[in-house]
Design a binder for this molecule. Sequence first.
Ligand SMILES: *Cc1c(COP(=O)(O)O)cnc(C)c1O
Length: 396
Amino acid sequence: MIYADNAATTKMSRTAIDAMLPYMDEIYGNPSSLYSFGQEAKEALENARERIASVLGCEPREITFTSGGSEADNQAIFSAARLGEKKGKKHIISTAFEHHAVLHTLEKLKKQGFEITLLDVHKNGVITAEQVADAIREDTCLVTIMFANNEIGTIQPIAEIGKVCREKQVLFHTDAVQAAGHLHINVKEQNIDMLSLSAHKFHGPKGIGVLYAKRGILLENVINGGAQERGKRAGTENIPAIMGMAAALEEASANLDKNAEKLIKLRDRLIEGLDKIPYGELNGDRTNRLPSNVNFCFEGIEGESLLLLLDDKGICASSGSACTSGSLDPSHVLLAIGRPHEVAHGSLRISLGEDITEADVDYLIDAVTEVVTYLRNMSPFWRDLVNGKRQHVFAE
Ligand SMILES: *Cc1c(COP(=O)(O)O)cnc(C)c1O
């Protein structure tokens, strides 16, 4: 099997699993307990917090553990909205191609009287700091823009956007779930006020993440209850997962440059190979993208059929985003970069893992080429294109 859906989730690393085991087995105490057995867990928790803070370039007390990327996004956005509301500022800027954890939270705020500006995404999948500067108003309380897109992999100019927000004194949050462990992050140097990450996207466990919030930003609880996480996130801490996340983040960060160098070569080989399929196009900028991400649209095919036939060939890939599969709507990300509906349905996302080989990539190229040709030969829609009854969207 070739697992090529690492943007959806990743296999846990041995290092992460080994870091978790003692905390499920011997050191299972509750860190809130007063006896020394609980304090052992408490020490581990604070040690993990320090290590994660050190990778992100912030202070340990600026780290809050959450149940993952979605919760961190929710908490960051709701917190900034409540702070803004107190000052009579109810305008939020984001983009049309954010993850649903951000977009659906913004929709909720819209119902509560907030005004949301979603910036247009350039067809290369990038927005500019200038667009952000132009959109900021007197009543803007938050700019939330993702670090790297989960479908098309494009990387945003985060440091520049952060600089614009700093100058205009507007809070800046970034959903860095696809970036953490894969791209260099330093919240101080990149002018980031709030950042979300999730362990299962960098070979850590599922169900655990981090919200970084710069000192002085008052967080609003999303989960209410006990006084864990300085009163900002209730619930007994998931110590095993937190230990696994810290180990995975350190490991991914230590190997980041080496992994990127290897993946970029294989990614570009894959892009070159798939580019030879007629009437298809790469989505997103060719080079300004995650080292692992390849995303194509092919005319005259359905993404779902493509995935099922690739599955028969032992390939795990994705079309659109996992969160919307099951619905017939085309990906909001592909629509945001201007792909028409009929080609947005025929998309394929391949997100490579660090263990991928050149032989795997060549197998992927052959398999996708074969399956696209097969599906087109069966498609009445494709016949119309060939007969000239319909217009092609892409060049040959
Ligand atoms: C996966 C993902 C999320 C959600 O993270 P979970 O930990 O699964 O809740 C949010 N944003 C982006 C960009 C993602 O890729």
